[in-house]
Design a protein around this ligand. Sequence first.
Ligand code: SAM
Length: 343
Amino acid sequence: MTAAAHTDTFGRPLRNLRLSVTDRCNLRCQYCMPERDYVWLPRQQILNYEEVGTLVDVFLDLGVTKARLTGGEPLVRRDLPELVRLLAEKPRLSDLAITTNGVLLADAAVPLRKAGLHRVTVSLDTLRPDRFQALTRFDDHARVLAGIEAAAAEKFQSLKLDTVVMRGVNDDEILPLLDYGRKVGAEVRFIEYMDVGGATRWSPTSVFSRVDILAAIARRHGPVTPIAERSSAPAERFRLADGTTFGIIASTTAPFCGACDRSRLTADGQWYLCLYAARGLDLRGPLRAGASKDELARLITEGWRERTDRGAEERLGIRNRAPLVGVETLRKNPHLEMHTRGG
Ligand code: SAM
């Protein structure tokens, strides 16, 4: 049975947990990890799967029903299907998904499906191999497409493609990406470029907004119909006359903090209540010191009850918006990075 959800100061329920399983990544996307060097989390601080399972049990006791594995790149974490199996066996977890860059997905799709994973989202920002290399610094475009096709063949409950649209970089690929998504049976979600920690090259002029995206699609496809649905999911969904559906995640120009039921557990057990939060709550320390599940539950409940975060909305109110955090600060505190926190 699902536990009654705990609510924060704005009445938002604790329902959705992002589990960053590693801060490491095998790509260096311009909008996320554009620097040459990074400071990594110390290995001995990374939670093992048993520890992750224990914390997830506490979150399930408190009403969480959905979890998403992310990172960093979750598929670089060794034996990830073992964690999927451990989580998929928890009946109160009604939704178990992964966000991956797809580079290692061709070999992982079958083991992930067998382990009980429900849904897959693959980040795909371009259909052009040369542009992929410029965007990510790796020549892995063909592997990503093979990963997407392998996932499509496994018939997960859903397959989605996430595209961060950057003005002057890939805004000319919105229509081809929609066509590609239709071809492989995946819904595409266009994401506005966000000024999160790690996006050190962000500028307001590089954002290709929800309005711009809708206009580009309407120019080719005619009327775009919003799909009315009540959901805490970040994407607003739309339908085209030919039945194709797609989503837009407009965190930068039209944030949706009021519906945010998400929190994030980093690979080293720090719990963040907002993508933009300056500080998290240490759960690894108490867990390793032998705290009981009740004690951990108390920490989490108190943290959530006091939650006032509405980071994206606060960013929207800032004039002369610039990157959230400078490189030197990120090096001193890698927990501020999107790739540590789990996008
Ligand atoms: N490595 C995996 C991947 O590439 O999907 C999971 C982690 S990645 C941080 C998760 C998501 O965050 C991806 O869809 C990525 O596109 C998105 N992301 C990272 N930086 C972003 C930014 N500055 N603006 C918008 N989305 C961003």
